[in-house]
Design a protein around this ligand. Structure first.
Ligand code: G3H
Ligand code: ZN
Length: 284
């Protein structure tokens, strides 16, 4: 069933595992992630960037596709459909009105007071409709769709505390050295700050840029209150590789299902691996 992230993340924080947010791009992506979660008996968050929503036709099409799959695939695990890096109050409102059960308002590039103001407005609108809200402080490095950073800025724990207390968000992403897309070298996550932010906010923490983070860092982050981990690029890489393999090996192929199905399988296997690494298997 479609639910908000609130209960699934509070339970994850309490029981020390993380729920994966896997971003979707199309039908096959969504099928793969839902199949993996159902097979592993894991809660799951379908992340939808504004760019991906545009690609799929819009917020409404995205919600209807997910709802259709939940029925046709007889999905029993909790599923949240979450706007990833929402750029404004209006975008969050639009997604919620289309049926999203969760939104991220990413006003992290604005001064903290403005970030808090915008986040507050989103929380007010969302909570009245049982929709959960994620906010961010600091800057995640790299690039994802329309979200482009020209460097990494570690979140200030005091600002994190202030934002969480004043806005009552359901979960919170302190940028602490993670990067969207592949890492150049090993990630350098700010564990000291993570611990501080956990103690100051007592909220489930979110780790963006999940692609390319070694298992030991994932485990450490979870032990310090990280309850949601976002993965996007890794699924893009395995999908594209599987499709490319088919096309490179067979110049006659023209039925799209012949290359989409191996791509879908590759995503499913990757998501199963992540679910087990994050420890959310069997937690539905
Ligand atoms: O918001 C989505 C993520 O933070 C994904 O990051 O593409 O590096 O896995 P990634
Ligand atoms: Zn992100």
């Amino acid at each position: 069933p479609l639910v908000s992230m609130k209960d699934m993340l509070n339970k994850a924080l309490e029981e020390k595992y993380a729920v994966g947010q896997f971003n979707i791009n199309n039908l096959e992506w969504t099928q793969a992630i839902l199949a993996a979660a159902e097979q592993e008996k894991s809660p799951v968050i379908l992340g939808v960037s504004e760019g991906a929503a545009r690609h799929m036709g819009g917020f409404k099409t995205t919600v209807m596709m997910v709802q259709g799959l939940l029925e046709d695939m007889k999905i029993t695990v909790p599923v949240a459909i979450h706007l990833d890096h929402g750029s404004s109050f209006d975008k969050c409102k639009e997604a919620i009105e289309a049926g999203f059960t969760s939104v991220m308002i990413d006003a992290s590039h604005h001064p903290i007071e403005e970030n808090i103001e915008t986040t507050k407005k989103v929380v007010e609108f969302a909570h009245a409709r049982n929709v959960s809200v994620e906010a961010e402080v600091g800057t995640v490095g790299g690039q994802e769709d329309d979200v482009i950073a020209d460097g990494v800025v570690y979140a200030d724990p005091q600002e994190c505390e202030q934002l969480v207390k004043e806005t009552n968000v359901d979960c919170f992403a302190p940028a602490l050295g993670s990067v969207h897309g592949p890492y150049k070298g090993e990630p350098d996550l700010g564990y000291k700050e993570m611990e501080e932010v956990r103690d100051l906010t007592q909220k489930p923490l979110v780790l963006h840029g999940g692609t390319g983070i070694p298992t030991k860092d994932i485990q450490k982050a979870i032990s310090l209150g990280t309850s949601k981990i976002n993965v996007n690029t890794e699924n893009q890489i395995v999908f594209t590789k599987a499709v490319r393999d088919v096309l490179n090996n067979d110049s006659e192929v023209y039925d799209p299902r012949k290359f989409m199905v191996p791509g879908r399988e590759a995503i499913k296997e990757t998501v199963i691996g992540k679910i087990r690494e994050f420890g959310s298997n069997g937690k539905a």
